[in-house]
Design a binder for this molecule. Structure first.
Ligand code: ADP
Ligand code: MG
Length: 389
């Protein structure tokens, strides 16, 4: 498939008109997200610090009178239609349409009178790269359906609903971070999310003002065994919390870590626990530095997070480690894998005048090893889901 050209908003609007021979009532957008730091902490009731990307998914839509939903996505060029029977219980719509049907199902399940609708979707968020195209899709659809139906659902409740669409209808066991970030992030800020009580704080994050750039490097590495490994990590964390007699690993602090590790007899479990506990602390340390306007100083925390994921949580792959090492040796202040692991993207904090050198170094390292060429994109913390017009 060739990448679509032109502005994503115009593509969604034009797609709507082509498909339905009508003008949409409105346009809604939801961004992808990248996690600055805090990996595999979400399902341990811990802390994460994502920010929204400039790349986004746009939904053009109008309301229809019957309870049918017709959805076109530029991605596959397909149009799918489903009705109330298909959203009576999870799993009846499969493929990409499940993410849309899942939102309708979750809204109806929560007692909302969801209007029938026609939707056209276009997106700049790369799929399956760990930048949360799935949450962007769900959240843009959710925003559209809420507005079209005049439904009341406060922003704080929206992530949980979109997450249910993905967990229950699609059947993907993900934490609350993605939808929270996509829906609640603000431009110029990272979202400090406590995954236990879902409280958020908007932390100013303006790398540009500090002469810095965040580069997102897509490794294009295929996700190998990602689902099974994710489930295994989750199980191991849950078992460790149980063995330690705490509700979740979030309840172990770095000061208590050595004592906790001494109570676990399995070396692999000890490594898993050490990652989660130290990663929670790195999120707190990053937040403290950003609050003190010390953006540049977060670099070592990013790199330490990577080392922990590589050696203790064991979720990186050679392509990812190569990108991190190349970025650091070309002068990045910090670099880490971001996302669930086993592929996906690397995030690097770079002096703005050194962006090309870092991107070149990663490309060269990939070429030397015959890896698929990576892409490096500078990103700024962007707004969360919103109505465009
Ligand atoms: P990620 O969220 O990291 O991009 P996921 O595997 O969670 O990866 O979600 C990717 C899936 O979401 C795609 O395979 C597709 O089914 C669906 N999806 C995301 N964006 C779109 C879109 N614009 N149109 C259709 N389907 C999409
Ligand atoms: Mg996803």
């Amino acid at each position: 498939m060739t990448a679509p050209t032109g502005d994503v908003v115009e593509r969604a609007a034009a797609g709507f008109t082509d498909q339905y021979d009508a003008r949409p009532t409105g346009l809604w957008a939801a961004p992808g997200r990248v996690n600055l730091i805090g990996e595999h902490t979400d399902y341990n009731d811990g802390f994460v610090l994502p920010f929204a990307l400039p790349m986004r998914t746009v939904v053009a839509a109008d309301r229809r009178d019957d309870e049918h939903w017709t959805v076109w996505s530029e991605l596959s060029g397909e149009t799918i239609t489903f009705a109330t029977d298909d959203v009576a219980e999870p799993g009846r719509v499969t493929g990409w349409g499940a993410y849309v049907a899942g939102v309708v199902w979750a809204l109806r399940d929560a007692g909302h009178a969801v209007p029938g609708a026609r939707l056209a979707i276009a997106s700049d968020v790369p799929l399956g790269a760990g930048l949360s195209s799935s949450a962007a899709l769900e959240s843009a659809v959710l925003a559209a359906l809420l507005d079209l139906g005049g439904l009341e659902l406060p922003a704080e409740g929206q992530p949980r609903l979109a997450q249910r669409a993905e967990n229950v209808y699609v059947g993907a066991p993900t934490g609350i971070m993605d939808q929270s970030a996509v829906i609640r992030c603000r431009a110029g800020h990272a979202l400090f999310l406590d995954c236990r009580d879902e409280s958020v704080e908007h932390i100013p994050f303006d790398p540009d003002a500090a002469g810095l750039t965040v580069l997102v490097i897509d490794s294009h590495a295929p996700h190998r065994h990602a689902d099974g490994e994710y489930a295994a990590r989750r199980r191991s964390c849950e078992a460790a919390a149980k063995a330690l007699g705490v509700p979740a690993l979030r309840d172990v602090t770095v000061d208590e870590l050595d004592a906790a590790l001494a109570r676990l007899d399995d070396a692999e479990t000890r490594r898993r626990v050490r990652h989660v506990v130290t990663e929670d602390q790195r999120v707190l340390d990053t937040v403290a530095l950003l609050r003190a306007d010390r953006v540049r100083d977060i670099g070592p925390l990013l790199t330490a997070s990577h080392v922990s994921m590589r050696d203790d949580f064991e979720i990186t792959v050679p392509e990812i480690d190569t990108a991190v090492e190349a970025a650091l040796s070309a002068g990045a202040l910090g670099a880490r894998m971001t996302g669930g692991g086993f592929g996906g993207c690397v995030l690097a904090l770079v002096e703005t005048d050194g962006v090309e050198a870092v991107a070149d170094a990663v490309r060269t390292a990939y070429a030397d090893r015959n890896y698929t060429a990576p892409t490096a994109t500078p990103v700024l913390p962007s707004p969360g889901a919103t109505r465009l017009r």
